[in-house]
Design a binder for this molecule. Structure first.
Ligand code: SAH
Length: 262
């Protein structure tokens, strides 16, 4: 993050982006809305969350929507950090529906090259054909990572119902991980396995790494928090609908806790 006047930095707002109504609804009354402005058909709601000045916006799904909204937050609202709170498909067999992943490494898995029907992901903007080795994906700021770890000491997520956890009620896990972003809803076990094995992803979604790319361009912090609504296999469409309401809460609960260190 570039050096700014500290007081100006503190007074600048934090941008919070969600893709779908169920994600934004999780902030409920905790977000005290003061006013809203419209740009490009998006509604930017300004107000307070946990005492911090925030701008909350529903971007719709996909990387382009996320990038447009992130750009407006950075350019028009001078936001000092860009956050994403929402749901994702789980890729790591160790994780279940309801678990929460904080993005430590964000990758746009659908940017790259296709050779002989095999997809290879590259860093966004890299010229395809020459293997880009020096840079791959977006890494969470080191100082922010440390502050997040401190803020989460002793923190426990609310218990998940037996239905959502697929057996007995349990406390969801919370971890840093690799989040993959692409313009597809992954509803395919073979793709889920490939993405996990080749890119080491814990979760897959459709917006996060686009927000990171814009944030990096504008020199502001970014943070992506995702709770797992499904496991990205053939059942993911059904799980998504069944568990969305319950699982969408996790990301917002974690983000509300973390906003104090942003
Ligand atoms: N099929 C759903 C709509 C897709 S949800 C329906 O019936 O309503 C896709 C949204 O949730 C995106 O914003 C994405 O970021 C996230 N998401 C959740 N699970 C996902 C998965 N398995 N693959 C990709 N994105 C997922």
């Amino acid at each position: 993050m570039p050096e700014h006047d500290l007081s100006a930095q503190e007074s600048a707002a934090i941008g919070i982006i969600c893709a779908i109504p169920d994600e934004i609804a999780q902030f409920g009354d905790a977000f005290q809305k003061e006013k809203s402005t419209s740009f490009g058909g998006f509604d930017f709601a300004e107000g307070l969350l946990e005492g911090k000045r925030c701008i909350l916006v529903e971007a719709g799904m996909g990387k382009v929507n996320a990038a447009v909204v992130a750009t407006i937050l950075a350019q028009n609202f001078n936001c000092r950090s860009l956050l994403f709170s929402g749901v994702a498909g789980g890729l790591d067999p160790a994780l279940g529906v309801g678990d929460v992943v904080i993005g430590k490494h964000l990758i746009q898995h659908d940017y790259g090259i296709i050779n002989n029907e095999v997809t290879e992901s590259y860093h966004p903007g890299h010229l395809p054909i020459f293997m880009p080795s020096e840079r791959f994906g977006y890494h969470l700021d080191g100082a922010l990572h440390t502050r997040i770890e401190q803020a989460l000491k002793g923190f426990v997520l609310p218990e998940l119902s037996a239905e959502a956890s697929g057996g007995t009620a349990r406390t969801p896990t919370l971890q840093f991980g690799t989040i993959l972003t692409g313009d597809q809803f992954v509803n395919c076990t073979a793709t889920r396995n490939r993405l996990h094995n080749e890119l080491g992803g814990q979760a897959v979604e459709m917006e996060g790494a686009a927000v990171a790319q814009v944030a990096e361009r504008f020199g502001v912090d970014w943070l992506v928090v995702r709770s797992l609504s499904d496991l990205a296999g053939e059942e993911s469409g059904i799980d998504f609908i069944k568990f969305l309401h319950e699982t969408a809460a996790g990301a917002a609960i974690v983000l509300r806790r973390l906003i104090t260190v942003l």
